[in-house]
Ligand binder design. Structure first.
Ligand SMILES: *[C@@H]1O[C@H](CO)[C@@H](O)[C@H](O)[C@H]1NC(C)=O
Length: 307
């Protein structure tokens, strides 16, 4: 019984989301946000795949609480593959304005990951595994003034990714040491639009993997199709009775042509197991026949085809 309870407790603590053990302290001076009270953690307990932070532990400095934390820093959690959610919950870090994640497994970003970070001014995601910054990534964080993506593996940045952010208040955007770009922006050193142009130009196109000249795979034979004999030069004997084209008012030639077409279509119809693109052939023939029928003012009705 005791064991069962223990197992249950273990199960419950695993199935919840993230738990941070915080080292509470004042951060180094991070420029824009200065030196702020922070929670630094390197060993979050993980929920299986639940990215919600539900519990924090650690000893806040006398006179401070977790509510005073403005910066959360996660460093070296290699198995952490998402941005923790619900961190600014009133019971956790309601005054959060800065997030720093580095040396984690963060690789994929999405447009909803910053949903809970609407007051964020400062975001550093340098030294992770990020490969793409999607268009809507900053849709909820329009007050960001410092953005650092340096030293990731980014090869695509959405064309409008930076659009939601007021660039006049931006103090830094870093995309140094990435796959598609190695540049940063600060108002002192450059023009925002020329930086944006480079970012859009360099990181818009998906690089196609070059096809190796020597392959370890066996050479693929071109697919073999039966020879294109579906238009017989000598149409197989007709299965329909020879037409009586003598007294039709559309003319004997047209009557015969129509008969030949009907034969041809029947030949094709019988070969549906042979021709892989049979539907295309039949469709084409059907269209052709319809057009001919129209031309003949519907005086001569073709039989043997479903519409
Ligand atoms: C560049 O980024 C890679 C990770 O993508 C990192 O390992 C390397 O240390 C970075 N180089 C510098 C100079 O920061």
């Amino acid at each position: 019984m005791k064991l069962l309870v223990l197992l249950l407790i273990a199960e419950i603590s695993i199935s919840f989301g993230l738990e941070f053990h915080c080292e509470f302290k004042f951060s180094q001076n991070y420029g824009l946000i200065g030196s702020v009270y922070q929670c630094k953690t390197s060993n979050p307990n993980f929920g299986l795949s639940d990215p919600v932070l539900y519990k924090i532990s650690g000893n806040p400095t006398t006179g401070f609480t977790h509510r005073d934390v403005k910066l959360v820093e996660i460093d070296g959690a290699e198995n952490l593959i998402y941005i923790p959610q619900d961190m600014s919950n009133p019971g956790l870090f309601p005054n959060l304005i800065a997030l720093k994640m580095s040396n984690t497994g963060l690789k994929h970003l999405s447009g909803t990951q910053l949903n809970d970070y609407r007051n964020l001014m400062w975001l550093s995601l340098s030294y992770n595994q990020i490969i793409e910054v999607p268009d809507n990534f900053f849709q909820f964080t329009t007050n960001l003034r410092f953005i650092d993506f340096n030293s990731n593996s980014i090869s695509i940045v959405g064309f409008d990714a930076l659009s939601p952010i007021n660039h006049q208040t931006l103090v830094y955007v870093g995309f140094k040491n990435n796959t598609c770009i190695d540049k940063e922006y600060s108002p002192m050193d450059g023009n925002f639009y020329s930086f944006l142009y480079d970012l859009q130009y360099d990181c818009q196109f998906i690089e196609t993997t070059p096809i190796p000249t020597t392959s370890i795979l066996p050479p693929t034979e071109p697919p073999t199709y039966p020879p294109p004999t579906f238009i017989p030069t000598n149409p197989t004997p007709s299965t329909t009775a020879s037409p009586n084209c003598q007294n039709v008012d559309i003319g004997e030639e047209v009557c015969k042509l129509n008969h030949e077409i009907r034969n041809l279509a029947q030949v094709i119809e019988k070969r549906d197991q042979v021709f892989q693109k049979y539907e295309d052939v039949l469709l084409y023939v059907q269209e052709t026949l319809k057009n001919i029928n129209k031309l003949l003012n519907n005086k001569f009705s073709l039989t043997g085809f479903s519409d």
